[in-house]
Write a protein that binds this ligand. Sequence first.
Ligand code: G3P
Length: 219
Amino acid sequence: MKFFIDTANLKEIQEAYELGVLDGVTTNPSLMAKEGIKGKNNIFKHYANICEIVKDGDVSAEVIATTYEEMIKEGEELADLHENIVVKVPMIKDGIRAIKYFYDKDIRTNCTLVFSAGQALLAAKAGASYVSPFVGRLDDVSTDGLQLIEQIVDIYSNYDFDTEVLAASVRHPMHLIKCAELGADVVTCPLSVITSLLNHPLTDSGLAKFLSDYKKSQE
Ligand code: G3P
């Protein structure tokens, strides 16, 4: 299972990389805006900086365009930035056409804003490298986001699709653990969700006891 972090914050990406379990980064226009990155040149420079930090990991960079022709142009520019860029394309009709175009050109894609099994099936048919169902945002509208992950993993397993299931909008450790149980290929989440996997009170009390026993034995 791959761990991606969902952020455009360079400090957080560096920290995740140093932890040694980072496989990639996903961003979106909201996350770029949160970091105050403005203007196409600065945004492109920021993607290149992220790629340098992540080294071999995939970095999803989202197109702003929403028409086929513009998505092709923007996606090709993004893909030219670095070999690890994965072009993130929204789940709309022109997006599906663009994903097929990119597939034929060997440009990898991440189909985003996926909220149904039918959309995930279309993305796989078009040749998306990753499909991003949004778990937390479905939960936000009283729909079981994890059930969608289960359904997509199940459907993909019936066929030879190369598309990887990238569980997005993963907000807490139970989301992550459940995605692992269901066989999602990738999760993307804030770094805090990954580091929260470290926590257990018995680990803390056990370590404290080991250290105090060691100290006593040396007196
Ligand atoms: O990048 C897409 C997704 O991971 C966003 O998550 O928490 O804003 O729903 P969230």
